[in-house]
Every structure is written in C-alpha cells, then in structure tokens.
Design a protein around this ligand. Sequence first.
Ligand SMILES: Nc1ncnc2c1ncn2[C@@H]1O[C@H](COP(=O)(O)OP(=O)(O)OP(=O)(O)O)[C@@H](O)[C@H]1O
Ligand SMILES: [Mg+2]
Length: 463
Amino acid sequence: FCQTLLQSVLPPELRFACFRFLKHALGCYYSYCYFEITDTDGLNTNELYDAVQLYLSSFASTSCSRLSLSRVCNSSSTTFVLSNNDCIADVFGGVSVQWKHVVTQSQSQASPRAEKRSFTLRIRKCDRDRILDSYLDYIMDKANDIRRENRERLLYTNSHGGWRKVPFKHPSTFDTLAMDPERKRDIMEDLRDFMAGKAFYQRTGRAWKRGYLLYGPPGTGKSSMIAAMANFLGYDIYDLELTKVHSNSELRELLMNTSSKSIIVIEDIDCSVNLSKRLKAEQATPRRAAHGRKHGNNNTITLSGLLNFTDGLWSCCGSERIFVFTSNHIEKLDPALLRSGRMDMHIYMSYCSYPALKILLKNYLEYEDKDLGEAAASSLQETIERAKMTPADISEVLIKNRRNKEKAVSELLMVLKARAERNEKYGGMREDCELNGVEEEEQEKWALDGSEEGSHDDDDSCY
Ligand SMILES: Nc1ncnc2c1ncn2[C@@H]1O[C@H](COP(=O)(O)OP(=O)(O)OP(=O)(O)O)[C@@H](O)[C@H]1O
Ligand SMILES: [Mg+2]
C-alpha cells in the first residue's frame, strides 16, 4: 500500500532514497529474520527440507493439535507432518525459534495441481549468526538418526572382496537376553555412553570406536548379544568372515567400505586365522604365502594386519564404530589381542545362572517370580550352578514344554539334576565336551571358567 502510494506521490528521483529509508526503518522495527526452505530448488529435491520435516515430526506429535500423517515405504514408523500454515516452536542453544509450514498451489502451467511446500524459519536477528549454521547442522544429524532408527537394520557379509547386504531382523534384545541383570545394565550403560560420547572422544583425542570381546562356551548367547547390541544402538552389522579375506590390504579395503554407526563382528576369532601363532604368521614371507596359495591356503592375513584393522590409522576412517570379536577359546588368543586398551571390554558369557534362568522362564513361559513355588525356586537355584548348562540347552527344554508350564519346570529340574550329578561324577567336566572328543585340558578349562566367573567381576573391564 505504502509503495503504491509513494510511487504515485513522489517524483521518480526521490523514490529510491525514500524506499531505502523506509526499508531501514522497518528493519529496525522488526527484530526477526525469516528463512524459507523449499522442498525443491527448482530441479532437485532439497535435502534440508526433508531433514527439517523429519526433525520436526519427531516432536510435533506431542505439541500440535492438527497433523498430516504419512508412512514411507520400508519404514516401520509413522511420520507426522505439520498442516498448512501451522507453526511449531523449538529451542536450540537457549534460543527460541519458530517454524511454519507453508503449502501453496503451484502457478506453473505445466502442472497446475502441483503444490509448492516450504518451511519458514523465524529467528531473532541478534541470534542469527550465533546459531543458524549449528542449528541446521544439528537438524541434519538428527534427521539422519531418525532415518536410521526407522529403516530396517542391515546385515553385511563379505564375499569376493566386497560387502553383500541383507535385511537384518534378529529379534534378540537386551530384554530377551538371559544374563545377570547387573552385568546387562553395565553393558547397556557402556553402549549408551559410547553413543553419546562424541564430545568426549573428540576432547580426549581418541578415535570414536569401542571394542568388545565376547567369550565363553557355545550356546551362551554371544551371537544373541551382538544382535541385541545392534537392535539397542540401531546400528548395522558387518559380519566379517576372515577366512574369505586373502590379504591385509583386502582387509583394509573392506574396512574402508564400512559405514559409520555400525558393528563390525569377527565371530570365532580363534578359528578364523591362526592368530595364536603370532610369530609364524608375522614372518609369513611372500614365498610362504605363494606356497600357501599353491596348496589351497591363500590366507595371508597376519595378526598385525588385524590389529591395524581395529587400532591403526585406518580404523578411524569412519566414526562411531564398534568392533566385536567372539571366541569359545580365549586361552588360544594371542596376548596382543587381549592386552588392555585393545578390546575395551572383555565379557564372559557364562553358563546359565539363576537370575538368567528367571529371564528365560519369564520369556518362554511368562513365569513371574511369584508364580514359581518356593520349593521349585529353591531347587532350581540350588541345582542351576552345579549343572553348568548353557542358556541354549535350557531354552530347548522350555520350548519343548512351553504349552504346559508345570511340566516345563519339573522337566527342567530333572535335566538340571541329572546334569549336576554327571558333572560331579566326571569332576566338573562337561558331557558335551566329552562327547565331542575335546582334549582333557579344555574340559578342565571350561569347568574352571564356570567356577571362576566371580573373579572376573573384580576387573573393571571384565565381566
Ligand atoms: N544368554 C542367552 N539369552 C537368551 N537366549 C540365549 C542365550 N544364550 C543362548 N541363547 C539361545 O540359544 C541360541 C544360541 O545362542 P547363540 O548363538 O547366541 O550362542 P553363541 O554363544 O553365539 O554360540 P556359539 O559360540 O556356538 O556361536 C540362541 O538362538 C538363543 O535362543
Ligand atoms: Mg555364535
């Protein structure tokens, strides 16, 4: 209105100066500035628009009364979108900002029904320089996190020098994992600290990665623990089959092709390459390697190659990564792999304890503490430690009898007692070790591991 009025009243030579003055005066009066983020920049979709939409949808559901709902293909969650002209407030770094969603009909002749969508961000002028860049970076990061949480996890496995991926749908979680609740809580806390530790790792000059060594008898939940970690953190898993890697450089190449926020797993590390014979492996000369290849054994990975993979400069080419090694025979591993600082946490997955058994009873039979009679509870408690049965063995008994809870418990008691008696008869040796023809010293090692479980608790990083 003013513009039209001035244009008709003022002579042309005064108009420009007058407009400049008015613009300046209005600028002083209005203390906000506005940024428009459109859904496309003409040709390409605007990543920032998508990020803002996702970011706002994460808290719009609780603060808005009218929302458009949508669900993206392959996503497991609903996205909330602000309706046209709706506003939502946010606070970043102590500064209040406001977002408005604007939908207008396109004026284009080619597609008259198309809509033009944009978000308008309102910030106080005095805060703009201080927060704008960091706020937009924060929104992009947050949106990536939300995308990752909503999409399917992926399981990668190495083949022909590259990674192949499949959807990862393992249902194991920390709730379903049978182990002592305190140890479980410690591990979850460690993972939580790791995830939130970006600033800490930056401040201390450490690469943002963490290593876990899971060890213990077969069937105690090492693989289930890895799946639970992935589901807890929302990370993808890279399952590295070392026997399919032919050289240290191939190993490095694979590492470089992993993404951040992932778990890199090497299962049964004692069986993958001969890491126990460090010197032999380190001294593998090209001639020896050629000899190996000639005889069908073309695996020339060395321990130092593997340690570079987890610890060296190349291990930092991505960030927020977790390395997990599993082993049934920790005593066979080279001390270099076990020394402190190499694997941050050594987690002993033990035979089923009574607290772990209670978790299995709850998961498989929906048994609460009080449902178990006092006599049955004390018998289970008394025999479980002596029986040295793995959660996998116990799960089998419970699955078989899951239709009849009482029968499941009484059969479990029977099996536990029989196993405990057999253990006493064979002096702590496990029946399955004996059946598998494992050497005597190994049998003793398992018996020892089971009985020494408490001693691990003294060590801060050892469970
Ligand atoms: N701690 C546990 N909590 C819940 N279920 C378990 C646990 N341990 C084993 N199981 C059950 O036993 C099965 C085998 O467990 P898992 O594969 O995790 O054992 P593992 O320690 O990785 O064995 P291996 O050393 O042979 O690889 C799982 O499918 C799971 O159902
Ligand atoms: Mg396993």
